[in-house]
Design a protein around this ligand. Structure first.
Ligand code: ATP
Length: 357
């Protein structure tokens, strides 16, 4: 990235003795949809607030558009924030809420203001709602008002702090798709804070995974999922099965899987603990009765069945180990879902394995 829009260097933040951000270096390009992802308390909101200027840094620098912003207050930064709680004024109409940030703009007359508010409502799919009372809206509509209120100010960067977490699942998925379309359409930089890995994978160009105030991995969604840098990231991004491994000079041994040549293993990563082999539930296959066995097959017994309609999650025990491993299989019409206790075979390939050493 030659000229990032946002550049953080060596950002540290202390709350008293508590070290909330640790040496964060981060470049975000103009027009990117970027997500900060991590468990509760990892520092993602704090990091977002240091970009917005609501939080000062204890050390390091924040630059936006090539200008040092480290000591610049939030209202002088080209950023705007959308909060989880919407923070809508209940006594104002939808249009008054959206136009609130424009009221002090002496360069705008009433017509210009009205046109900007109408444009912003249009962008979020609320055309015609301007006259409504802000209280007479659903949760999803309120979140759209909050978005329109931020967009009307035409920020270079929109900061979104868990904006969808209060919505039910269907609404959340719909808003995710709308936000992606909106971001592509207007082309400004979005930075999203979320603890929901699926949301981050669905929405982002790139994702920074944070633990304990530091960025553990920064990558595109597919890279993060397929090539996690360590076990902690692998576990946080979706589900991964782990088996203890014994690593020799040119091979690795895992109970139930046998010996795998090291150069056939798909990905090498850092172990947080002892050497381990990992694989995703969809990276392997269960063989149904009568199915031909490919190269590598391990006998197993179905221990648990979780039916999802389009998919079934099976927990299986490989022969020779007690470990329960999760396998996800797409359901096929005309084929019975397996039952608990049924004997099966796990087909896998070394290339689907991640070795943590
Ligand atoms: P969540 O998803 O729960 O919001 P987060 O990753 O956004 O978590 P932050 O809100 O950034 O986490 O908080 C990081 C850590 O800093 C937490 O341990 C939190 O308790 C602490 N913290 C945040 N704000 C303050 C504050 N004003 N004073 C003291 N400690 C704070």
């Amino acid at each position: 990235m030659t000229d990032p829009l946002i550049r953080l260097r060596g950002v540290n933040k202390y709350y008293g003795d508590y070290h909330a951000l640790r040496d964060v270096d981060l470049d975000i390009a103009a027009g990117e949809f970027f997500s900060l992802l991590g468990p509760s308390g990892c520092g993602k909101t704090t990091l977002l607030r240091t970009i917005a200027g609501f939080e000062g840094v204890s050390g390091g620098s924040v630059a936006i558009g090539g200008r040092d912003m480290t000591r610049v207050p939030p209202n002088k930064r080209p950023t705007n924030m959308v909060f989880q709680s919407y923070a809508i004024f209940p006594h104002l109409s939808v249009a008054q809420n959206v136009g609130f940030g424009l009221r002090k703009r002496s360069d705008l007359n009433d017509d210009a203001r009205r046109a900007m508010v109408a444009d912003a409502l249009d962008m979020v799919g609320l055309e015609g709602y301007g006259g409504r009372a802000a209280t007479a809206l659903s949760g999803g509509q309120r979140q759209r008002v909050a978005l329109a209120r931020a967009l009307v100010l035409q920020p270079k960067v929109l900061l979104l702090d868990e904006p969808l977490s209060a919505l039910d699942r269907k609404m959340r998925e719909q808003m995710q798709e709308e936000l992606i379309r909106l971001q592509r359409h207007i082309g400004i930089t979005f930075i999203l804070v979320t603890h929901d890995q699926e949301e981050a994978l669905v929405m982002s160009d790139r994702i920074a995974v944070m633990f304990d105030g530091a960025i553990a991995q920064l990558a595109e969604a597919e890279d993060l999922y397929r090539r996690p840098v360590d076990q902690r990231v692998a576990q946080f991004i979706g589900v991964m099965n782990f088996l203890p491994a014994a690593v020799a000079a040119d091979s690795v041994d895992a109970p139930g899987l046998g010996r795998i040549p090291l150069d056939a293993v798909g990905v090498r990563a850092r172990a947080n603990d002892a050497p381990t082999i990992g694989f995703r539930p969809e990276a392997v296959t269960l063989l149904f009765p009568g199915q031909d066995a490919p190269d590598r097959v391990t006998d197993a017994t179905v221990a648990e069945v979780v039916y999802y309609g389009d998919m079934t999650y099976y927990d299986v025990c490989l022969d020779g180990t007690d470990a329960k491993l999760r396998v996800s299989m797409r359901n096929v019409y005309g084929r019975e879902v397996m039952e608990i206790g049924q004997r099966t075979r796990l087909a896998w390939s070394p290339g689907a394995m991640v070795l943590f050493t």
